[in-house]
Design a protein around this ligand. Structure first.
Ligand code: ARG
Length: 395
C-alpha cells in the first residue's frame, strides 16, 4: 500500500515544491493542510493548487480566533518582543499550525509528517518540537534534507509547471494577523534600505497630513475595545492593523539572532502588534509598582525568548504565565496613541487602578508630599556609594 504523508501547506514556493518531492522521491501520497491564522490568502486558490499538484486530499482549518485569543493575547500580556523588536508573529503561529496538523495526521492515519521549512530558520525548530510533543511519526523536510536553495526551488517549480506569484519570486514572506515577515532578495544586504514594494500593510508614501489618534482599552491585560467600540479579538486586531498601517506605523527592520546561530536581517510589518504592545506596557507602568515593573520585564523577556526559540511546549511557559496572568489583575484601562507620519507615541492613559497620585506628584500648591522627608532618605540611599568613593580615593 502506498504510504501517506501529511504536509503543512501554504501554497507558496517551499510547500509546493515539497508536494512534488514527497510524491517523486518518497513515493508517497500527500494530504495537504492549510491552517488559517489570518494570512489572508486566497484559500480557493490554495486548495486548487494542492489539487493541481496531485495531493490526495486537502484540509482547510480556520484557526484565526484561536490564534488571537490563545497565542496573540498571551503575547500582549507578556509585552513579547524578541530582542526588543520582533513581535513573534511567525513564532506564535507555528505551534498552533503544528497542533492542527497533528489532528489531521491522526485522523488520516498517515505514515509521516512533512513540512517545507529550511534547515536555516527557526520554523523547523518550532514545527519539529511541537510535532514531537504529540507524535512519534517520522518528520520529512525535503528543503532541509536535500539542502535546497531558493533558485534551485524556483527552477524545480518551473520544470513542474508550479506557478509562483511575483512577490514570492522577490521575497520570502510569512504573514498572519499579528504580522508580516519579509526576507530575502535585496534585503539580504543589511545596508540596503527596504524598497517600497516590500510593504503592503504599512503606507510609506503620501501619508496623512493630520495625526491619527487611537484609543485602546484593556481589561486584565487583554484589549477589548478600540476608539470606544467593543470588538471581538479578530476584528480588533484587523482594525488596529489597518488604522496604524494607514498612518505609516508598523515597520521594523533589525538584525535578529536565530535559534540555529545565524544572524539574519529581518523586516516586518506589524502595525497592530506595535501599537497594542506599546499601549499595554504603558498601562502596566501606571498600575504596577516599580518593583513589579522591573521584575516583570525579566519574565517577559524569558517568555519571548522561549516562544521565539520554538519551545512553546516547554513547561516553563506555563510557569511564566502563572506569574504573568496573576500580574494582569489590575491592567485595566485606556491608552491613547498618537500616530503621525510613521511615528507612534503614547499621549495619554487612564485606569481605575492607577497608582499615579496627582496630589503626591504635583508641583502645585495643593501637594500633599512633604519634601522635607526626602532629605534623610536621599542621605541613606546614597550612603554606601558616597562612602565607597571616599574610601577608595584615600587608598
Ligand atoms: N524571523 C522570523 C521568525 O523566525 C520570521 C520568519 C519568517 N519566515 C519566512 N519564511 N519569511 O519568526
Amino acid at each position: 500500500m502506498t504510504k501517506k504523508a501529511v504536509l503543512a501547506f501554504s501554497g507558496g514556493l517551499d510547500t509546493s515544491v515539497v508536494v512534488k518531492y514527497l510524491q517523486e522521491d518518497h513515493d508517497m501520497e500527500v494530504i495537504t493542510v492549510t491552517v488559517d491564522v489570518g494570512q489572508g490568502d486566497d484559500y480557493k486558490k490554495v486548495a486548487a493548487k494542492s489539487k493541481k499538484l496531485g495531493a490526495k486530499k486537502h484540509y482547510h482549518i480556520d484557526a484565526t480566533k484561536e490564534f488571537v485569543t490563545d497565542y496573540v493575547f498571551p503575547s500582549i500580556k507578556a509585552n513579547a518582543l524578541y530582542q526588543k523588536k520582533y513581535c513573534l508573529a511567525t513564532a506564535l503561529a507555528r505551534p498552533l499550525i503544528a497542533q492542527k496538523f497533528l489532528q489531521v495526521a491522526k485522523k488520516e492515519k498517515v505514515d509521516a509528517l512533512a513540512h517545507g521549512c529550511s534547515g536555516k530558520g527557526n520554523d523547523q525548530v518550532r514545527f519539529d518540537v511541537t510535532m514531537r510533543a504529540g507524535s512519534n511519526l517520522p518528520i520529512i523536510a525535503p528543503i532541509r534534507d536535500l539542502n535546497l536553495d531558493r533558485p534551485t526551488e524556483l527552477k524545480f517549480a518551473k520544470k513542474h509547471g508550479i506557478s509562483i506569484d511575483s512577490v514570492a519570486k522577490k521575497y520570502s514572506i510569512d504573514q498572519n494577523l499579528w504580522g508580516r515577515a519579509i526576507e530575502g532578495g535585496d534585503l539580504e544586504n543589511p545596508y540596503n534600505e527596504p524598497k517600497d514594494d516590500a510593504f503592503i500593510w504599512v503606507k510609506t508614501k503620501n501619508l496623512p497630513k493630520k495625526p491619527t489618534y487611537i484609543e485602546i482599552t484593556f481589561q486584565k491585560g487583554v484589549p477589548v475595545a478600540v476608539d470606544g467600540k467593543t470588538m471581538g479579538p479578530v476584528k480588533l486586531l484587523e482594525y488596529v492593523n489597518k488604522k496604524a498601517g494607514a498612518a505609516g506605523v508598523g515597520i521594523i527592520d533589525h538584525i535578529e539572532d536565530r535559534v540555529v546561530g545565524i544572524k539574519s536581517r529581518e523586516v516586518y510589518e506589524t502595525p497592530g502588534a506595535l501599537c497594542l504592545i506599546e499601549a499595554h506596557q504603558d498601562l502596566e507602568k501606571m498600575v504596577h509598582t516599580k518593583h513589579q515593573n522591573k521584575f516583570k520585564s525579566i519574565i517577559d523577556d524569558e517568555w519571548a525568548h522561549l516562544v521565539y526559540s520554538g519551545l512553546w511546549e516547554d513547561p516553563l511557559r506555563a510557569d511564566l504565565e502563572g506569574f504573568i496572568n496573576q500580574s494582569q489583575k489590575y491592567v485595566t484601562g485606556t491608552v491613547k496613541l498618537k500616530l503621525y507620519q510613521g511615528s507612534m507615541r503614547v499621549v495619554g492613559r487612564k485606569s481605575k487602578y492607577s497608582l499615579y497620585s496627582h496630589d503626591v506628584a504635583t508641583y502645585g500648591e495643593d501637594s500633599t508630599f512633604d519634601q522635607k522627608l526626602a532629605k534623610g532618605f536621599v542621605e541613606l540611599w546614597g550612603m554606601q556609594s558616597t562612602e565607597a568613593n571616599k574610601l577608595q580615593k584615600k587608598r
